[in-house]
Design a protein around this ligand. Sequence first.
Ligand SMILES: *Cc1c(COP(=O)(O)O)cnc(C)c1O
Length: 388
Amino acid sequence: MSSDFANLPLRDDLRGETPYGAPQLDIPVCLNVNENPYAPPKSVADAIAKRAGAAALKLNRYPDREHVALRDALAGYINAETDAGIKREQVWAANGSNEIMLQLFQAFGGPGKTALGFSPTYSMYPEYARDTFTKWKTVSRREDFTIDTDSAVEEIRRIGPSVVMIANPNNPTGTYIENDDLRVLLDVCKEVRVKNAPESARPVVVVDEAYAEFRTPGLESAISLIGEYPNLAVSRTMSKAFAFAGTRLGYLIGNENVVNALRIVRLPYHLSALTQAASLAALEHSGELLAQVSHLRETRDKTEKWFKTLQYCGRPIKNAESESNFIMFGVFTDRDFIFDELKKRGVLIRAVGPEGYLRVCMGTDEEMRIFREKFAEVLQLANERDGK
Ligand SMILES: *Cc1c(COP(=O)(O)O)cnc(C)c1O
């Protein structure tokens, strides 16, 4: 896509930038954007249609700006999982967790402020920073993609960030960070002064739990730490495990003061009545929508094992340990070759992450069968090409 902005007063820092996003192509097997491959059952689709139909009769009016019923339902969903006793005042929803996180940057970032992340990580974080004139800095993860808490603490002390972004499980690596390690970062953030902010201000720590439902049962969520850490904000979404990406519903769980700050920057009536209605219906049927999650987890574990049986240029294929519904694997001399050859065979994955790595998300059993078959073919080609 080439655009000519010569006659437009486009911001200097946006010149040369391109829109973010994985290609949306009409390809038989799409394993590139980490969706749940199982569509909602007809019974749930009917329930959504019924709620949306009732809302349609009132579309001459603006929606509930405070989306109270939806926040109550989201609190109910979270409390069934964590017994954190989350109240409506601690919940805030928006059009995808991308909007939640942009609102966090709008409220807590800005000129003179710095946001800190742990690379490789979600490629939208630097874009929220760019769009809000916030400086973006990263600390590199260890070789196994876990967070080195010592260097993280050092960097937080040195920078005085206003926002710390931690994706858990991380995208694109799938890496999980334990609450004990999170506490180390949360504790230092309780002490550190934020640069260019009032003396009493402390960093906001955002834990992005977009893939939380896919983690192995027993692994904790940061939501259980909210009572202890007032500046902790946990971002969740219905786009991934919930099989609801088309609706665009993300939400935040945090302290009431954090929610009140987002209220200042949100657009008027940002969450449409149809979004609220559909999401309420989905939450009433969460069991059915989440029914395939444990199966997808098993698919992930099996696929990780399968990768370990494969060889590239005489070495086993490496994959990052994933607690999510995708696996990052490599390391290939020319990842684009593998990506393109798979695409030619009707399988779309993602060339993302450190050089040489690819990412595949878990599809249906049939999609995974096709992926394995085509990948084995392509791997043979790559071995002939790159191996000596
Ligand atoms: C997919 C994803 C999201 C979800 O975005 P939505 O706007 O809720 O669809 C958030 N964070 C990460 C790390 C993701 O991979």
